[in-house]
Design a protein around this ligand. Structure first.
Ligand SMILES: CC(C)(COP(=O)(O)OP(=O)(O)OC[C@H]1O[C@@H](n2cnc3c(N)ncnc32)[C@H](O)[C@@H]1OP(=O)(O)O)[C@@H](O)C(=O)NCCC(=O)NCCS
Length: 153
């Protein structure tokens, strides 16, 4: 078992009651889930980000199985979350919501000014549930329209 480091917060207790556990985890464990969920047919290095080593990586476990991951990149007191992924067979069961809520709490408690992400325009309603709002910054990548969404603390 790798040396995962737990962090304390009230939500942690709630999550454990539900047999969920959220931990800060090593990059390599995140990479495996990203690869399996997002780009299984590409070489594993395809899912690495240039600044991955500087990120904080979190995972949600159910009965000790890592099922959902997300990475947080903090710069100038702003946090960007990226590469949010839940194993396909566990999607749509609320695990991603629990993990993202926890990331929001961590960002807020860390006295950051805001948290933001590049969201697919068609998925913006999902992020609005977390109190995020669409900015006027949009862009297109690979034929998909994205909007920068943020939550200012
Ligand atoms: C996005 C994702 C991490 C959500 O995890 P999850 O455990 O299924 O999350 P939940 O069960 O809490 O919520 C499911 C919600 O995810 C939304 N969702 C699905 N694909 C999504 C995406 N690409 N971006 C944002 N939200 C997405 C669904 O619309 C659903 O919202 P709804 O309940 O309002 O309809 C998961 O669907 C996933 O891994 N998708 C593939 C990878 C991906 O597209 N990641 C996001 C871009 S980096």
């Amino acid at each position: 078992m790798p040396p995962y480091s737990a962090f304390g917060c009230t939500l942690q207790k709630e999550i454990e009651k539900m047999e969920h556990k959220i931990l800060e985890i090593p990059l390599n464990d995140v990479i495996k889930i990203r690869h399996e969920v997002m780009w299984p047919k590409k070489p594993i290095d395809y899912v690495r980000l240039p600044n991955d080593e500087k990120g904080r990586h979190f995972g949600l476990f159910i009965n000790n199985e890592l099922v959902s991951v997300i990475s947080l990149f903090i710069e100038n007191s702003e946090a960007q979350f990226r590469k949010f992924a839940t194993l396909e067979k566990h999607q749509g069961k609320g695990h991603g919501t629990i993990l993202l809520n926890e990331i929001m709490t961590i960002a807020e408690k860390s006295k950051l000014s805001k948290i933001w992400c590049n969201a697919r325009v068609e998925k913006s309603a999902f992020y609005e549930k977390f109190g995020m709002q669409a900015t006027d910054k949009t862009f297109e990548k690979g034929g998909i329209m994205y909007v920068i969404m943020e939550k200012v603390f």
